[in-house]
Design a binder for this molecule. Structure first.
Ligand code: FAD
Ligand code: MLT
Ligand code: ZN
Length: 480
């Protein structure tokens, strides 16, 4: 069920030989130079089971110095490298295309420091997001980002994809929250940009190049990140809307009436709910039948329980009076709140259980989102199911086309239509997942030719041999 790759291996890259393996074993140790079939199979296949590489080697460095030594060697030998974190990426960026050496910093998972006054956390890039969330919870803080893949994804992977997620609406993107980074470039040089300062206007802020560059410019080894305090009062409401127009109006009302306590505004359509109910164990709809066209999950986070409750109640009352919501509940305890979150966060998993998915992650003006969904349904008819959900509060639609298998007839109905439509409506073809392998050749739908040329120049400057995550992010023709 894998997607066929239409690109050719870059012949300037060397092939791995036994001398290379011996060299790596000398400084990494036998057990961190992995050649076992099972481990390699898992590292060669992406989370969606859509892309499959054929790497014969997975390296697990324990320190920045080891990462540096690996890259220095690979660069001099022209061995191509794919940096891999938790391998939860959704655009084929985290797996090899051919025989690239996989480098995973999962053993670099120490927390280096946490400052309770500033809320600044400094840690190694291999820390799993959920572990950072638990660590901070004990300190009375939270991570500024949260996503369904938290149990496996690494902070280095999050930074490298500039992951958005469920809290971006409230805390902003990693470009704002990441205060500093340490990264190793292709020739093994260690760039120390590990500032812990909130403000630092000294020259070009190079860390931003690494945030969202998907492993194409360097391997991120350390991260410094601003974390917000954990607030005591969290409320979750799960609401039903009869049409998309009501969802839009509800968003505007939520911004107006909930203001500073609004911490998430997520949406899912009827097709998403049906998938969650059919494919996720223990999930049930908190709202009685019949199914509704749209569901909205609203979370508020604040510091005063009675004040927050009063605000939420006034907002809900107003929304009901204006007929914006047709049904809804406010979670009565943490269990109910997390079971509502499970519906929303579980949709990607439900999709993979239902079959194969053509996944599109688009930024669009909020008023355009449902027009695209409707047009896509018309184009596909009975060929496949269109499933729409996402971070409505951020104008981010996750448009998923679910089918029993990959089929050129389906793809021809989707592409290039979806990219052209997005471009015509001033949207972005990647809101938060990145370009990876899937969209490396589509970047011009969202960026001007000159900006892409400047990106290619930066890539050439930092990685002259193009060994880092080849075939990804930028069109091959511009960097090879
Ligand atoms: P990987 O998947 O291993 O890698 C992703 C990219 O980063 C690759 O290009 C890789 O080469 C590069 N990379 C990884 N580690 C490093 C490093 N240390 N240095 C340099 N490059 C590196 N994304 C969102 O934005 N928002 C969401 O809400 C969201 N939800 C998700 C829910 C699920 C269930 C799943 C499966 C994925 C979701 N994602 C989401 C997509 C994904 O981008 C994130 O899960 C995450 O940021 C990827 O982290 P990772 O450690 O798994 O990285
Ligand atoms: C999400 O918001 O659930 C993630 O970005 C994953 C997806 O788009 O499927
Ligand atoms: Zn998302």
């Amino acid at each position: 069920c894998f997607m066929a790759t239409k690109i050719e291996r870059n012949s300037t890259f060397a092939q791995l030989n036994s001398d290379d393996i011996s060299y790596f074993k000398k400084f990494l140790g036998e057990k961190n130079v992995i050649q076992e079939e099972d481990a390699l199979l898992a590292a060669n296949i992406d989370w969606m089971h859509k892309y499959r590489g054929s790497s014969k080697l997975l390296l697990q460095p324990r320190s920045t110095e080891e990462v540096s030594q690996i890259l220095k060697y690979c660069n001099s030998r022209r061995l191509a490298v794919v940096p891999q974190g938790g391998n939860t990426g959704l655009v084929g960026g985290s797996v090899p295309v051919f025989d690239e050496v996989i480098v995973n910093v999962s053993l670099m998972n120490n927390i280096i420091s946490f400052d309770k006054v500033s809320g600044v956390l400094v840690c190694e890039a291999g820390c799993i997001l959920e572990n950072l969330i638990s660590f901070l919870d004990n300190q009375g803080f939270i991570m500024p980002l949260d996503l369904g893949a938290k149990g496996s994804c690494q902070i280095g992977g999050n930074v490298s994809t500039n992951a958005g997620g469920l809290r971006l609406l409230r805390y902003g993107s990693l470009h704002g929250n990441v205060l500093g980074l340490e990264a190793v470039t292709a020739n093994g040089e260690v760039l120390d940009m590990l500032s812990t300062l909130r403000k630092d206007n000294t020259g070009y802020d190079l860390k931003h190049l690494f945030i969202g560059s998907e492993g194409s410019l360097g391997i991120v080894t350390k991260v410094s990140i601003l974390t917000p305090p954990k607030l005591s009062s969290v409320n979750v409401a799960f609401l039903a809307c009869k049409d998309y127009f009501s969802c839009q109006k509800l968003l505007l009302e939520a911004k107006r009436k909930l203001g500073e306590i609004l911490s998430a505004f997520e949406f899912l359509d009827e097709q998403s709910m049906t998938l969650a109910l059919n494919y996720l164990e223990g999930v049930r709809n908190p709202l009685p039948p019949p199914l509704h066209n749209f569901y909205i999950l609203i979370e508020t986070t604040g510091s005063n329980e009675s004040y927050d409750k009063e605000k939420l109640e006034a907002f809900l009352l107003g929304a009901m009076e204006r007929d914006l919501i047709s049904d809804g509940i406010v979670a009565q305890d943490i269990q109910q709140a997390s079971s509502v979150w499970r519906i929303r966060e579980g949709i990607p998993e439900a999709l993979t259980r239902a079959g194969v998915t053509y996944k599109y992650d688009l930024s669009l003006p909020v008023d355009k989102i449902n027009d695209l969904v409707k047009e896509m349904r018309n184009r596909l008819g009975n060929l496949a199911t269109v499933v729409a959900y996402g971070h409505l509060g951020d104008g981010n639609l996750h448009l998923n086309i679910s089918a029993s298998q990959y089929d050129d007839a389906i793809l021809a109905q989707i592409e290039p239509f979806v990219y052209e439509w997005t471009s015509k409506n001033q949207g972005s073809i990647s809101a938060e997942h990145g370009l990876g392998l899937m969209k490396a050749n589509k970047i011009l739908y969202s960026k001007s030719p000159l900006t892409v040329q400047v990106m290619a120049s930066i890539k050439k400057l930092l990685d002259p041999n193009g060994i880092l995550n080849p075939y990804k992010v930028l069109p091959q023709s511009m960097v090879a």
